[in-house]
Design a protein around this ligand. Structure first.
Ligand code: HPA
Length: 272
């Protein structure tokens, strides 16, 4: 059943880019914004022009949809996402993701900034998600009808896309850690006790995004690849004082490298 709320935005995109047929949707988080520099034949549409796209309120998240090509693939790149901590609602990315699926996207590549919970994974490193823990136990599917809402999360992050990414990175002498992402609702950072709890329960990194979009994507039948840029050690694991400015500064320092690697990965992915 088509969600009719997607139709106005879909029409806007089709008017602006009549031939666009992206197969990969990308959501850019802090530290990944330079990916758009690698797009061939880019076309940009402000979220403000598309009904149901989020008005972003956060420094470092620009609020534009980019259409273009990376390597073998046509892509639709969302520069900026809506986070649960902005309004309390966790379904802010529902319309955008459904619009991108209606345009033809079959894969969602997510990126974020995260804190590390493991000594061996230091700031400036990259982690590909093997799984997640939905600590707030919130879902963007609340209120959905139909039995599809009971979506399996057993293979939330696609094993083949992950293995390919690790190989592509290795060929460029870049290392991707693998680990479990714990979703913290935010916007406050965690306490050291919360970080210790997350470590005990099995999270390797912590961040305030990504999980709602993965749930929406799995519900829509999209395969998901997700990468974290590690900006800091979790609270209490180092002497740093955490702040958004610190996250952005760290993310900015490594962003050229991370984005170039991501462009190479997406461009070479075999999505069949
Ligand atoms: N905690 C939560 N979110 C984050 C962090 C963190 O330490 N670093 C970047 N995003």
């Amino acid at each position: 059943m088509t969600d009719t709320s997607i139709l106005p935005a879909l029409q806007t995109i089709r008017q602006r880019a009549p031939n666009a047929a992206p197969c990969i949707a990308v959501v850019l988080g802090s530290g990944w914004g330079e990916l758009t520099r690698h797009l061939k034949d880019p076309l940009r549409i402000a979220y403000a022009e598309m009904e149901g796209f989020p008005q972003t309120t956060i420094a470092g998240h620009s609020g534009e949809l980019w259409l273009g090509t990376l390597g073998h693939h046509e892509v639709a790149v969302m520069s900026g996402r809506k986070h649960g901590y902005e309004t309390g609602a966790v379904d802010g990315m529902k319309t955008p993701l459904r619009v991108l699926q209606a345009l033809g996207c079959e894969v969602l590549v997510q990126t974020n900034a995260a804190g590390s919970l493991r000594e061996a994974m230091q700031p400036q490193s990259l982690m590909v998600l093997t799984d997640h823990i939905n600590f707030p136990q919130r879902s963007p599917l609340v209120g959905e009808a139909g039995s599809e809402r009971f979506v399996s999360m057993a293979n939330a992050y696609d094993a083949s896309l992950r293995a390919q990414s690790i190989e592509i990175a290795r060929a460029q002498s870049a290392h991707l850690h693998q680990g479990v992402y714990g979703w913290a609702f935010g916007p406050q950072f965690e306490t050291p006790a919360e970080i210790r709890m997350m470590q005990m329960i099995g999270a390797d990194a912590v961040g305030m995004s990504t999980v709602p979009e993965t749930i929406l994507a799995r519900h829509a039948g999209l395969r998901v690849l997700a990468l974290s840029f590690i900006t800091n050690m979790g609270a209490g694991l180092s002497d740093e004082t955490l702040s958004h400015a610190h996250t952005l500064a760290q993310a900015g320092a490594g962003s050229g490298h991370a984005s170039a690697l991501l462009a190479a990965i997406i461009g070479k992915l075999n999505v069949n």
